[in-house]
Design a protein around this ligand. Structure first.
Ligand SMILES: [Ca+2]
Length: 395
């Protein structure tokens, strides 16, 4: 188990000082110092991570299987029926969350792409690489309820909570995040590279869904008959609830710019509309386009003229993380770093950011907080060398 203290932030600060003292942003000098432990190794593209009250992490790998990573690092491969899993590029076994009553009911929920029946043929992308409309495809994304064995040796599939989230044969923009809150589930869905998907209130593409644990629409949805809570999203791959306020946020992958952090509002439209020309998925449109989507809601934070490939977000404990206590942290794939964020009290603005782990562990995806206040981070580098990192703040 390798433990070390990161000092890259200091090095960055020093080099900036040497070149241009006046232009150093204050946060660069005060970047977090972290202790990082490789808690588990040898995984293959872990995607989601959720931590039980006993400190054990339930981890999905994109192509399966589930693994349990105990607080002492012991890692168990878990039995589960994943015989219908559709694991292609961005699609597979993705987000995972635990029931808020997990200690008693051992229930977990996943979003996962599956063949519509075992061995079903995958329908190729249609003309212009556009997705074949659901349900005429050989695959879809489902929300599945599982029962986790007391000894963490496996999961028993209980039921499909929700089906009919479209995904295409290429797996592109399949990314699906899930978060349990009270007796409901928040789910972020990719737009399935469908030109009109994100702006079509009748489909589950490019949306955030809010449902009860039986799959029915949650109270407060703009259309009481629909799971859809917000629309106009491109490729949001994670959703999280700010514990103190119940505010819900999604993190989205931008096109060639503007990864976005969005604060959700019931019925809100987040402004991605890549249907400027017929039969073309037009990614030259803005991530938030108030001209073509009147009333489009702007993000609380965005990357600007580049992208980091923002994969996941998590809210940090209210103490133990310095000035970012109670703030949030975002993982990045292409950016190969964490971005810590401090929110304004009303949650509508990011007032400070700081980066950490830059280039030291490669691509980063899954995030979760342990009962004792550490942050778990999964790498996404492949070659059966991925890790679950345990990260602690040292100031
Ligand atoms: Ca947007």
């Amino acid at each position: 188990m390798a433990i070390r203290t990161l000092s890259a932030a200091v090095a960055i600060g020093a080099s900036l000082l040497a070149t241009s003292l006046l232009t150093v942003p204050p946060e660069a000098l005060a970047a977090p110092r972290l202790d990082v432990t490789a808690l588990s190794r040898g995984l293959e593209i872990p995607w989601g991570v959720a931590v039980a009250p006993d400190g054990t992490a339930l981890v999905t790998q994109r192509a399966g299987p589930f693994v349990a990573v105990h607080a002492n690092g012991r890692t168990q491969v878990m039995r589960a029926d994943l015989s219908k899993l559709f694991a292609v590029k961005e699609a597979g076994l993705m987000g995972v969350t635990l029931d808020t009553g997990f200690a008693d009911n051992r229930r977990a929920y996943t979003c996962q792409a599956e063949y519509t029946r075992p061995g079903a043929p995958t329908i190729p992308m249609g003309s212009s690489d556009l997705p074949v409309p659901w349900p005429n495809t050989g695959q879809e994304i489902k929300i599945v309820a599982w029962k986790v064995a007391d000894d963490w040796t496996g999961l028993t599939r209980e039921r499909t909570v929700l089906s009919g989230i479209p995904t295409n044969a290429s797996g592109r923009h399949a990314g699906c995040g899930i978060a349990a809150w009270g007796s409901t589930l928040w789910i972020s869905t990719g737009d399935n590279v469908s030109p009109g998907g994100a702006q079509n209130p009748a489909t589950f593409e490019g949306k955030v869904l809010h449902i009860n644990l039986d799959g029915t629409p949650a109270a407060g949805n703009p259309n009481p008959a629909s799971p859809v809570y917000t629309m106009g999203h491109r490729n949001p791959q994670d959703v999280a609830v700010r514990p103190e306020t119940g505010q819900v946020y999604v993190i989205e992958h931008g096109t060639d710019k503007d990864d976005e952090l969005n604060l959700l509002r019931a019925g809100g439209n987040y402004g991605y509309s890549p249907n400027r020309a017929p039969l073309i998925y037009d990614e030259s449109v803005p991530m938030t386009d108030p001209d073509r989507v009147p009333g489009a809601i702007f993000p609380v934070w965005r990357t600007g003229n580049s992208t980091l490939a923002t994969a996941a977000l998590a809210f940090l404990p209210r103490s133990g993380w310095g000035r970012f206590s109670g703030g949030l942290v975002v993982s990045t794939l292409k950016g190969k770093r964490l971005v810590f964020m401090r929110l304004s009290p009303d949650g509508r603005h990011v007032v400070e950011t700081a980066e950490a782990l830059k280039d030291s562990e490669g691509r980063l995806r899954g995030l979760a907080v342990t009962p004792d206040g550490a942050l778990l981070v999964t790498t996404s580098n492949g070659e059966h060398a991925d890790k679950v990192l345990r990260v602690r703040w040292t100031g």
